[in-house]
Design a protein around this ligand. Structure first.
Ligand SMILES: NC(=O)C1=CN([C@@H]2O[C@H](COP(=O)(O)OP(=O)(O)OC[C@H]3O[C@@H](n4cnc5c(N)ncnc54)[C@H](O)[C@@H]3O)[C@@H](O)[C@H]2O)C=CC1
Ligand SMILES: N[C@@H](CC=O)C(=O)O
Ligand code: NA
Length: 445
């Protein structure tokens, strides 16, 4: 480690002073004495950087050195830990991360986009340099789920990991469900509360949840991180009528990230990773997760089902996770040669994977069709199901909408997902369909 010894303060540089950065300053100032007692040394912010020096953030920056260029922070000899709270998978955040690690500084980040795209490379560099790299806030905000898997469940093979990984989508879905309000209106509220990413399409198109899922899967299964292989879909196409329909069938709709290792081919694990809106049975624990709350279920071969739940976004909870990482570094970073792999297993020893085959798993599905209101359309839909070998459990037709289409919702019996894909292929191009069908999987208990 740099010049500081264990009894001296651990000196921090913060890049990014937005929702999370300002929260970290507030937390470190408010809980300074408690943190010092818990980790045996004081946390001292020495330097900060953001875009706008003069902006009022409700925190006093006058005690800290200011750097206009955040990538200059790692070059400071009075800094032990660089904390990146800027965002963006590439650009200055990545330059900062690389410089910090190459410069022998410990590195903490909340940036799931960067970890999903570059985490393995950064971790490899950190392992080689003997510096800690931590990213608890990057997955499920304030929930200590990375710590839970790395430490609490370290003795287990994890068979499946899944959950609600995006606070913005969960806030939108549960608020629409409770109030019947409009999608756009509720999204604006989530943005105002500081939950949404700088580009909220990352939230509503499932990309943010996919970033988190790919990180979680790597840590849970000891496999190489593969963000590009996550099958991703968001909540943009969901209508209030889908939420009402799901409700009447005994379900709520949640954006779920799901990962599992299925089998092994040519020495590589077949890794299933999916972020899609799911119908969740009302008696499943995830159906009661509302607002910006996240929840992660991990199934260990000895621990059984573990449920981690808490705030997945927002200044306080996210700051809590960032500072927990810093406290770990204050407690345990004692020697330059310490081996503490960021992904729990050294990067060179993570198992390689191939993406799971599409359509090869079994389950029930909800299908929603918007169709022309004319004779024979229902027969056309059910014939496609029959020809694809899909068995229908229930079918409901709702009244005509303004454009002259009607909504037909179906729930299938348990069957191969490939059957539903085949049915949709059979219907593709049919002039009875007035828009692309919407398919949602039904979460198993
Ligand atoms: N807001 C939340 O609830 C959570 C956010 N995160 C992650 O934390 C990170 C920060 O998020 P927020 O605080 O919400 O973002 P924000 O947009 O509120 O703040 C970003 C900060 O970075 C600064 N910044 C941006 N580009 C810069 C540049 N080129 N040079 C210097 N400074 C620059 C901005 O001035 C601002 O101070 C992101 O990676 C985000 O994904 C993670 C968990 C939860
Ligand atoms: N935009 C994210 C913030 C935390 O990761 C979310 O909504 O969950
Ligand atoms: Na977390």
């Amino acid at each position: 480690m740099t010049e500081a010894t264990k009894t001296e303060p651990l000196r921090l540089a913060l890049a990014g002073l937005g929702t999370v950065g300002a929260g970290v300053i507030r937390l470190i100032e408010t809980n300074a004495d408690l943190i010092e007692r818990r980790c045996g040394r004081r946390l001292q912010i020495v330097a900060v950087s953001a875009r706008d020096r003069g902006k009022d953030r409700g925190v006093d920056l006058s005690r800290y050195a200011w750097e206009d260029d955040m990538t200059a922070l790692p070059g400071r000899s009075d800094v032990d830990v660089v904390v990146e709270l800027v965002g963006g998978s590439d650009g200055p955040a990545l330059t900062l991360a690389r410089k910090a690690i190459a410069g022998g500084k410990a590195f903490v980040t909340a940036n799931k986009a960067m970890v999903a795209h570059h985490g393995l490379g950064l971790a490899r560099d950190a392992e080689a340099a003997g510096v800690p790299m931590r990213f608890e806030a990057a997955v499920a905000g304030g929930i200590p789920v990375i710590k839970g898997l790395r430490e609490g469940a370290a003795a287990n093979y994890i068979e499946r990991v899944y959950g609600i990984l995006n606070g913005t989508c969960n806030y939108i879905l549960s608020t629409m469900e409770d109030t019947g309000r409009d999608f756009g209106d509720v999204l604006a509220e989530a943005q105002a509360k500081g939950y949404a990413e700088a580009d909220p399409t990352f939230d509503i198109d499932g990309i943010d949840a996919a970033h988190k899922l790919s990180i979680l899967a790597s840590i849970a299964f000891g496999t190489e991180l593969d963000f590009a292989a996550v099958s991703t879909d968001g909540i943009r196409r969901l209508a209030a009528a889908d939420i009402a329909q799901a409700d009447s069938l005994g379900y709520v709709i949640r954006l779920i990230g799901m990962a599992r290792v299925e089998d092994t081919v040519d020495g590589k694990h077949r890794l299933f990773q999916r972020v899609h809106p799911y119908l969740v049975p009302k008696d499943h624990p995830l159906a009661h997760v509302d607002g910006a709350t996240n929840a992660v279920v991990a199934e260990g071969n000895f621990s059984g089902r573990l449920l981690f739940q808490g705030a997945g976004a927002g200044d306080g909870p996210t700051a809590s996770a960032v500072v927990a990482d810093i406290i770990d570094i204050a407690r345990f970073w004692e020697s330059e040669n310490e081996i503490d792999p960021p992904f729990s297993i050294p990067v060179s020893e993570l198992d390689p994977t191939v993406p799971a085959e599409a359509g090869s798993r079994s389950g029930k599905a909800y299908l929603r069709f918007m169709v022309a209101d004319r004779t024979g359309v229902l027969a056309e839909l059910t014939a496609a199901m029959r020809d694809a070998g899909v068995s229908i459990e229930s079918i409901i037709q709702m009244g005509e909408d303004k454009g002259g289409s009607v909504m037909v919702a179906m729930v299938t019996h348990e069957g191969q997902e490939s059957g539903v894909q085949r049915a949709l292929e059979l219907l593709a191009g049919s002039d009875s369909l007035t828009e692309e069908p919407l398919v949602m999987h039904i979460l198993k208990q």
